[in-house]
Design a binder for this molecule. Structure first.
Ligand code: G6P
Length: 616
């Protein structure tokens, strides 16, 4: 939700900022803006729409300046237009600010500022910050960093901020609470961004700010950080980390879109998520990141999985795998619901938070609740150094590589892989799995990348099916058991990128309502792979045929019963039932992708969405 970039150094800031915004556009793309320090004035350009529109608009403008801040927006308060686009400036034009997050008490702060005669230009929550900081500075006669510290102590909500002031053109002030912010340094230059993507081409050395940190960056001086929660406001020693990211990973690599590239990267992503964690010869699975808390996991009375979106679907798959192998009850919760329903959590619960970005606000809030109640809190995430990775007690990275398409694909299969490894390792140590079952499952896991490759070879066939689905206004996705979350994920992929209304259901449940929607115009996508309930799924398919629904099926190679009843059929290699989602979800990703392309949708940046949902 909103991406921010800032630069201070001796190069022209504009090209660095605009390229940085392009790399962060997945975080929001309603409007974009940039402010440049030109001598002792701040020059600002803003545009509704994408970063490219801002760049074209700026082409004829004066873009020089060695310091600047830039923002790409996902609107929370106020419609996407130029007034509401960031940066926002103080009334006297001396301070410019960009913000990612939400100021929850903005209405009361705004009321106070209005009473003091401040005029607001936008409907945003952010604008209160710039006026508040300026007011504090004037009243208290303090420096900008001190004014920021004081102002932020009055603020409730979340923020990542970068602030320029004409009073000190060689300085950039940054602050963080609840939204991500990194500072990269190289020689006499500072690069600030919401994630590592805009920074990696310039330096690998970064500092991740902690909540409450306010950083002061000045030309020729080291980074100075204080924390607003430290009453003495002592200087903190910045802790440097290496960015685990390459520029190549941030490019489309010959594919038309990031999403297609990421779908095709899945054999590698799944392999990378298993690398070093399975030793087939010794029949051993181990996840280094959780060793310290393994005993707690082995003693757990219950697993609570919290996540949002596609990561929640990975959690649902894990429920089947964990309960079947580890024999401990599992609850899977939407983090956004969990955080507000006063959940019952015990000290012998293990809370597993799953998040691709590691920055989803609701998931992070659920983690805090788990910690507060004394549960063991484990994270599964993709982005190295993300807030989730730092806020959980232990965890495992998925190692899927950067995922840029807004619709999640390879992160999902990598999450399921890591969760399966976790369950296998715990089950073996608890003695809840037989040797042969254990061996069968880890051997099958090893073959998953190859099976995904075989599914990807069917792209043209799936494209033909997409021609049909693209003409329909609705679609139903059905599955049973471990394929039920696959149906949910298939429906989510279709609706989020092609805007076709789609619903996922457990196949047997359609009799309780959705079957009323079935007629000869309704495509029903059924996952009917080899599983314990296969015969039941066959009956469900018959019920749909009887109502003239059109069956599109995903079946195991060699299937005859469901294939015969299908208008279109996608065959996938035979896979152990519990691991089927790793293979069965791939054709549904390709189907959604091609439907969206046929319908001329912006696949990588679907309307109204953003990849990293760092606001509630
Ligand atoms: C957004 C993205 C989804 C993602 C969800 C959760 O809605 O568009 O693709 O599944 O957030 O994100 P997370 O980073 O926590 O997995």
């Amino acid at each position: 939700m909103c991406g921010i970039v800032a630069y201070l150094g001796n190069r022209e800031a504009y090209p660095i900022l605009i390229e940085g915004l392009r790399k962060l556009e997945y975080r929001g793309y309603d409007s974009a803006g940039v402010a440049l320090m030109q001598g002792n004035t701040i020059q600002m350009y803003k545009k509704k729409g994408r970063v490219d529109e801002l760049d074209s608009y700026c082409a004829s403008k004066d873009r020089h300046g060695n310091a600047g801040i830039a923002h790409t927006r996902w609107a929370t308060h106020g419609e996407p237009n130029e007034e509401n686009a960031h940066p926002h400036v103080s009334e006297d034009g001396t301070i410019a600010l960009i913000h990612n997050g939400i100021i929850e008490n903005y209405l009361s702060l705004k009321k106070g500022l209005l009473a003091e005669g401040v005029t607001f230009k936008s409907e945003t929550d952010t604008e209160v910050l710039v006026h508040l900081i300026r007011r504090v500075q004037e009243k208290e006669q303090v420096s900008l960093p001190d004014a920021v510290m004081l102002a932020l102590s009055m603020v409730e909500g979340t923020y990542a901020l970068a602030i320029l002031s004409v009073d000190d053109p060689d300085q950039l002030v940054v602050a963080k609470k609840g939204s991500p912010l990194l500072i990269g340094t190289e020689g006499n230059e500072f690069f600030v961004a919401s994630d590592g993507a805009p920074i990696v081409g310039f330096t690998q050395d970064v500092v991740y700010l902690d909540d409450g940190d306010v950083g002061v960056l000045r030309l020729g001086q080291p980074i100075k950080i204080k924390n607003i929660n430290d009453e003495q406001h002592l200087l903190k020693r910045p802790s440097f980390h290496k960015l685990e990211l390459t520029l190549e990973q941030l490019e489309k690599g010959g594919f038309d879109t990031f999403m297609l590239k990421e779908i095709f990267e899945q054999p590698k992503a799944v392999r990378d998520s298993m690398r070093g964690r399975i030793n087939l010869k010794k029949d051993v699975v181990s996840l280094g990141g959780i060793i310290e808390y393994e005993q707690k996991m082995l003693n757990a009375k219950r697993f609570i999985i919290v996540a949002c979106g596609t990561s929640w679907h990975a959690g649902l798959v894990a429920e089947y795998i964990f309960e079947s192998l580890v024999r401990v009850p599992v609850e899977v919760e939407y983090a956004s619901e969990f955080r507000y329903r006063n959940p019952i959590i015990h000290e012998d619960d293990v809370l597993i938070a799953i998040s691709q970005s590691g920055e989803t606000a609701d998931t992070l809030a659920a983690v805090e609740i788990g910690k507060k109640h004394g549960a063991t809190v484990i994270g599964i995430c993709n982005v190295v150094g993300s807030t989730l990775a730092r806020e959980t007690m232990a965890g495992s990275y998925t190692h899927a590589g950067p995922e840029i398409g807004v619709a999640s694909t390879k992160a999902f299969t990598a999450q399921v892989t890591v969760l399966a490894l976790m369950a296998l390792s715990l089950a073996k140590k608890k003695g809840t799995i037989s040797k042969s079952e254990y061996h069968k499952l880890i051997s099958d896991l090893e073959t998953i990348p190859e099976k995904i490759s075989q599914v990807l070879e069917q792209e043209q066939h799936i494209q033909r099916i997409a021609q049909y689905v693209a003409t329909r206004p609705n679609a139903l996705f059905l599955g049973r058991g471990v394929n039920y979350p696959v149906a949910l994920e298939g429906a989510l992929k279709l609706k989020e990128i092609s805007y076709i209304h789609a619903e996922g259901y457990p196949a047997a449940e359609i009799k309780h309502g959705p079957i009323a929607l079935v007629d000869n115009t309704m495509p029903v996508i059924v996952i009917a792979t080899e599983q314990e309930t296969y015969d039941k799924v066959v009956s469900n398919v018959q019920e749909i045929i009887a109502r003239k629904g059109t069956i599109i099926s995903v079946v195991t190679e060699g299937d005859t019963a469901v294939k015969k009843m299908s208008k279109f059929c996608i065959e996938i290699p035979k896979t152990e039932e519990l691991l089927t989602p790793l293979v069965a979800s791939v054709p549904l990703q390709l189907l959604a992708y091609h439907v969206a392309v046929i319908r001329d949708c912006d696949v990588d940046k679907p309307r109204n969405l953003a990849k990293s949902v760092s606001v509630e």
